[in-house]
Design a protein around this ligand. Structure first.
Ligand code: MG
Length: 262
């Protein structure tokens, strides 16, 4: 199933997305997920809506965003880093989340703000200390797209990454969540800046696969429904300027496009 979250006069709603004659439509409303208690299922009939006419919100309301650093060899190399021996994790502020179409704002503190296009796992069930032989699939609700926007200069100068990764608007997410892809079989992750291809990777090149990542994270911290795990970015990161448009595409999910503002 594919679903999105969108704004209506009755507040945020979740909708199942179905393709009809080549057009993606929100076909029916879904009950809100537990991590979004402020959302209430609208009553009454629902008229199907083309996805392009919906006012999309970020599809998930995470309690935390646990990112993976350096999960593609070529990206580790381009920033002059070793390939990690175990997953490198860091937290991104949930307050940084914005939706498809919302503007990424370049903060005055930074002189270099990069895109990082990423496939992201959405957690569906509380997960603590997932066992070595345990199937991780029941914990996964689906997958979405995240742009792990990064103030590269501050990432270096601060020594740790909370500020560089956590500015408001630095976590574009969406446009939908799907459980219809299989990253283990390989999905393509691409980023375009002003229409020009900058990143082109495949999840087949992960250093650590998704089961390994979820075991590593849940050995330290409990993952809750709605938590989001961006799985790292392929090579090709580059800076963005006000007036640019960045678009991250993941095969089988769609595209997440955002303008850059000063
Ligand atoms: Mg990243």
């Amino acid at each position: 199933m594919k679903y999105c979250r969108f704004q209506t006069p009755a507040g945020p709603q979740y909708g199942e997305i179905v393709e009809r004659a080549g057009t993606l439509r929100i076909e029916r409303l879904l009950p809100p997920f537990e991590e979004d208690p402020g959302a209430k299922l609208a009553s009454g009939p629902f008229e199907p809506l083309p996805l392009t006419e919906a006012q999309l919100l970020a599809p998930v309301v995470p309690s935390k965003i646990v990112c993976i650093g350096r999960n593609y060899r070529e990206h580790a190399a381009e920033l002059g880093n070793e390939v990690p021996k175990e997953p490198l994790i860091f937290l991104k502020a949930p307050s940084a989340v914005i939706a498809e179409g919302d503007a990424i704002r370049i903060p005055p503190q930074s002189r270099r703000v990069d895109f990082e296009g990423e496939l992201a796992v959405v957690i569906g069930r509380r997960a603590t200390r997932i066992g070595a032989g345990e199937d991780v699939r029941p914990y996964i609700r689906g997958y979405t797209i995240v742009n792990d926007v990064t103030a590269r200069d501050l990432q270096k100068s601060d020594g740790q990454w909370s500020r560089a990764k956590g500015f408001d608007t630095f976590c574009p997410m969406g446009p939908m969540v799907t459980d219809e892809i299989d990253p283990a079989a390989g999905v393509t992750v691409e980023t375009r800046l002003n229409g020009q291809m900058k990143q082109h990777g495949t999840t087949l090149d992960f250093i650590f696969d998704i089961p390994a990542l979820l075991r590593y994270i849940t050995a330290a911290m409990t993952l809750l429904p709605g938590d989001v795990i961006p799985t790292g970015t392929p090579a090709g990161v580059a800076p963005m300027q006000p007036g640019d448009r960045v678009e991250v595409s993941v095969e089988g999910i769609g595209s997440l496009a955002n303008p850059i503002a000063g």
